[in-house]
Structure formats: C-alpha cells, structure tokens
Design a protein around this ligand. Structure first.
Ligand code: ZN
Length: 274
C-alpha cells in the first residue's frame, strides 16, 4: 500500500483543515509513493520512539505532537530534531502528525481520555467547534453511578498509563462526582468553560498554580491534573483501531512512557517510573 493511501485515510479521520492555525500537522517526511506495510503510533516524536519504530520496521510513524512546530532553517543531524529526520529518512520511515485536528475530531483525543477514566455514556464537546458542534475541544460526560471525588480519582489513575506525575486532585475528596469534563493535553484555556458547564470535576493536564488556585476560589468543579502524555496516550489505540478498520496494514502502539518526569519524590519516598 502506498503512503499516499495511508495518509488519505488518516486525513479522512483527522482532517488537516480542523487544525488550529498555529499548528503543524500532516506528513513531515516521506515519499507519497513509498510502500507502507507497518504503521506505529506514539504521542511524542522523540529519539526513543523513533528508535522503537525503526527497530520494529515501521514504514510510517504517526505521532500526536509535531516534531517541527516552529519554522526551521535546516534539518542537519547536528540537532536532536535534525538527527531524527535523518534517522527516519535514511531508514525509509515516514512521519505523520495529527495534533489539534485529532483533538477536535469525533471521536478524538478527549473521547479516548473520557473512556479511559470511566465515562461510558454519550459525550459532547466542552468547547464545540463553530463549524460542527459534534467536534471540538474537550468532552463532557456522566458516570453511570455517582462516586466520591477520591474514588473517581483512583479509577481515573488506574485507567491511565502510569507516570511519575500520577494525578493531583483539588477539591473536597468526598464531593460526589457525576458529571465530568476532560481535556487531553494542556487544558487550562478551558477552565472557564468547565466552570460554566457546571460539571462536578474537570480533568486535564499542565495546570499551573495561579489558574488552578483562582479556579478553586470560585467553589466550582473539583480539578484533576494528570500528566500531559498520559491524557493523550489513550487516543493511540483508538487511532490504531480506526486505521486497521480501513486499511490492511500492520500496526503497533508505542507503550514507551515519553512523559519527561521519571522520579516521583514525596515525603513517602522516591519512586522511579517506569
Ligand atoms: Zn499534547
């Protein structure tokens, strides 16, 4: 199968026109006419992931995060990113990115996150897109049975891949949770939306002190802050399932933890993860 066919299928699921104007999505390297038999999915285009892809014999690596988000003047193998481009091209492995276009897709990154943390019913976008209210950033859904916040958090952490970050929770641990908003990746831009949506908890990543503190002063939803990578990883098996449903290719989802943090240090002790 030609790369152009695989790219067409991926762009059918994750239309590049849905990406934010600042984003860089689509084919990063690769010849549309090259043959593709093996496709690997990962969150981050980092050296360990590229080596895993080459070791497995991937013809195409699909990542959520762009390798080259900002303009570059060269890809010499003297920089980490240039080296990755060289490794990929010399091994004939293409690289494709589906980023904010995968975030807003239906189903997209936050649907997979919502399922991973235990939301089983219908989901709707937290911030619907202007052109189609079925798409958008974040998702809102409900739990089958209300749960205390601490119990929802322990289910959520069990449903997500393990990281040194784990989960941080803000709010009354015994508060009952029924309605949940989630946003894969950095979701602090949707804090006001989550508050206006009148949900019981908002789970996202990359929450900083001041936005979280100010949010808490409103006595609105509880907050859960997860590792950025962990909130986006559940999308990979979903994208894999869609691709194998459409095309006859071998696929693999990288389980390598590419969250940056590798030690969890608390007063209880130090734990190395993974
Ligand atoms: Zn992200």
């Amino acid at each position: 199968m030609r790369l152009s066919h695989v790219v067409a299928a991926l762009e059918d699921f994750y239309d590049p026109a849905w990406a934010e104007p600042w984003d860089a999505v689509g084919l990063v390297c690769g010849d549309p006419d090259q043959e593709v038999g093996r496709v690997m999915f990962a969150v981050d285009p980092v050296a360990a992931v590229v080596e895993e892809a080459l070791g497995w014999g991937a013809d195409l690596l699909v990542t959520h995060h762009p390798l080259l988000l900002r303009p570059v003047h060269g890809v010499a193998a003297t920089t980490p990113k240039g080296r990755l481009i060289h490794r990929l091209i010399t091994h004939g492995t293409a690289l494709f990115t589906a980023h904010t276009n995968a975030d807003v897709a239906d189903p997209g990154v936050s649907d997979a996150l919502a399922r991973a943390v235990g939301l089983t019913g219908p989901l709707r976008p937290l911030a619907p897109s202007d052109s189609d209210p079925r798409r958008g950033i974040g998702r809102i859904g409900t739990l089958d049975e209300p749960l205390p916040l601490h119990e929802f958090a322990s289910r959520a952490v069990a449903g997500l891949p393990r990281t040194a970050w784990g989960l941080r929770v803000a709010g009354d641990p015994d508060r009952m949770i029924r309605t949940v908003a989630v946003c894969g990746g950095a979701g602090d831009s949707l804090l006001d939306r989550a508050r206006a949506a009148d949900v019981d908890v908002y789970l996202t990543a990359d929450l900083r002190h001041h936005p979280a503190s100010e949010f808490g002063e409103h006595e609105g939803p509880a907050l859960i802050d997860a590792a950025h990578w962990a909130t986006e990883w559940p999308w990979l098996p979903e994208a894999q399932r869609r691709l194998t449903g459409a095309l006859d290719v071998k696929t693999r989802v990288s389980t390598r933890v590419t969250d940056s943090w590798t030690l969890s240090c608390t007063s209880e002790g130090v734990e190395k993860i993974p």
